[in-house]
Write a protein that binds this ligand. Structure first.
Ligand SMILES: [Cu+2]
Length: 177
């Protein structure tokens, strides 16, 4: 009689433990499901891709400038994310960013603290961002005829210089085309 009672208790304990275990698994599963739906979407892009992504470029231009838009398309094709603003005060924007009249072109852009003036090829901006020289930025003064945005996108740039410029009005040739 006692033996039966003891084994009944033992069986009951076993059954309880199994129930507990099943309950534990079920509750864990529910909590995990809830957490998964609550946690904001985790970035799906790998870290290396994020690190290699090009920074955003802000472009100021006049609304009617079609070559400015073509240059923006060139930048986007080369992997830049571009935010463009149509402005009527381009002269004062250039003055604010240290672009002297002799170095000026149509659009003025900002990227990672550098000023990019005019039809500078994307490849030069990428090199600038890698080299990080102590300059204000790069310029392609005027409107070079054979530059990205001024000619068909499959044409290679030629016949002009991309210049560096700094606070002391020094310019150097960054890239000769
Ligand atoms: Cu232009």
């Amino acid at each position: 009689m006692e033996k039966t009672a003891a084994s009944n208790v033992l069986n009951w304990l076993k059954a309880s433990m199994i129930r507990c275990f099943i309950l534990f698994i079920a509750v864990s599963f529910i909590i995990a499901t809830i957490m998964w739906s609550i946690v904001p979407n985790a970035p799906t892009v790998s870290t290396s891709v994020v690190e290699n992504a090009l920074p955003e470029i802000t472009v100021y231009k006049s609304a009617s400038c079609s070559c400015c838009r073509a240059w923006i398309t060139h930048l986007e094709q080369e992997g830049f994310k571009v935010t463009a603003y149509d402005r009527e005060d381009m002269d004062s924007i250039k003055a604010t960013f240290g672009v002297k009249p002799g170095l000026a072109s149509c659009h003025t852009a900002l990227v990672s603290g550098y000023v990019i003036e005019g039809h500078v090829p994307a490849v030069d901006i990428i090199k600038l961002l890698q080299d990080k020289p102590k300059i204000i930025g790069l310029t392609a003064p005027g409107m070079p005829k054979y530059s990205p945005g001024m000619q068909a996108s499959e044409q290679k740039p030629r016949g002009y210089d991309v210049l560096t410029f700094d606070k002391t009005d020094n310019t150097t040739v960054f890239k000769h085309y």
